[in-house]
Design a protein around this ligand. Structure first.
Ligand code: SF4
Length: 331
């Protein structure tokens, strides 16, 4: 099992800092504290697209899982604050064994990652000898350590296309992303029956309701969405977009209004990166409570205390690094 524990005692913080944090709890002061601590700690703050608007606003980099993995691999900062969920912080720890990786709230997990265990992968491989295991980055370090390749929604098609044709492919854990990859590549795969509760809950009726309200809008649908398979059977030519793909499409399209069919935090990122256009969330309930556990306050506190840390045991880290590096080399 992956260990989550501090590797060194918390850094001593001057008493002055603690007093200052207690008496000035307003948001402006929290932002100022974060700025100061970020410099003092030589820290970088990486935020996922689904984070709260105020967290995206103070981040050094906002992106999808792939973009954040690349930033984590290349950063020269000594401390990485991960404004995201646990498996993402683990990925940063796998790529940066000498650095301090902070996850401001350790309860920030992922329902999709929870559908798969390392033992589950071992049993699956035993039933499919010679198969290559491709796992979405939304998995624990233990699961990555049992995988041959990692992928994100942005490069899953490219990764599967790069594999030899004569071997079985075992794809996990998201069944909706797998359906998209099968459609795009024409390749049959053995698929793990997992899904994210947020994306699986987005219904075709939600999309239809927003289309009726915004008849000129273009759809930006993420392949993880529960509705995507059903929508695609009705509109087989419809494109699906990774979160980064949504930004490129919104910039390139002549359309003014877009219905964003994924977690609603993506609307914040689109509004910032594609100003002047209108983005409508498909549903106000498409909201990941794990992502929203990260706040300005707990970011400030984690920078002040250098806690809570996410670490990965070296034996797991080395094995989990291999599929991540293969993914980064391909796309
Ligand atoms: S939106 Fe879904 S896949 Fe993403 S972190 Fe939340 S539970 Fe996991």
């Amino acid at each position: 099992m992956t260990n989550i524990r501090p590797v060194v005692p918390p850094t001593q913080i001057p008493h002055r800092d603690l007093l200052q944090l207690e008496v000035l709890p307003d948001e402006e002061q929290i932002r100022a504290d974060i700025e100061r601590l970020r410099r003092e700690r030589n820290a970088v703050i990486l935020a996922h697209n689904y984070q709260r608007p105020e967290v995206q606003a103070i981040a050094d980099f906002v992106g999808d899982s792939l973009g954040l993995s690349r930033q984590a691999a290349n950063t020269e900062a000594e401390v990485i604050v991960f404004a995201g969920v646990h498996f993402m912080a683990e990925t940063a720890a796998i790529l940066n064994p000498g650095k301090v990786v902070l996850l401001p709230d350790l309860r920030a997990g992922c329902s999709l990652a929870d559908t798969l265990t390392a033992q589950g992968i071992r049993d699956w491989k035993a039933r499919n000898p010679g198969g290559l295991v491709v796992t979405y980055v939304n998995t624990t370090a233990d699961v990555k350590a049992e995988s041959d390749y990692c992928c994100t929604s942005g490069n899953a098609v490219q990764i599967v296309r790069s594999l030899p044709q004569d071997v079985p492919v075992l794809f996990a854990p998201d069944r909706f992303l797998a359906a998209h990859v099968i459609r795009e590549t024409g390749r049959q795969m053995d698929v793990w029956d997992g899904a994210c509760h947020v994306h699986a809950a987005i219904r075709p009726e939600d999309v239809q309701g927003q289309q009726e309200a915004h008849p000129d809008a273009e759809l930006l649908i993420h392949p993880e969405c529960g509705c995507s398979s059903q929508i695609l059977s009705a509109f087989p030519d419809l494109q699906l977009y990774s979160t980064e793909g949504m930004i490129h499409r919104a910039r390139a399209s002549e359309v003014q209004t877009f219905i964003v069919v994924t977690e609603m935090g993506m609307v914040t990122r689109l509004e910032k990166d594609v100003p002047g256009k209108t983005f409508v969330p498909v549903s106000r309930t498409a909201c990941c409570e794990y992502m929203k556990m990260i706040t300005l306050e707990n970011i400030r506190n984690s920078l002040a205390n250098l806690q809570p840390r996410v670490t990965v045991p070296e034996e797991i880290r080395v094995r989990a690094l291999r599929p991540i590096e293969r993914m980064l080399a391909i796309g």
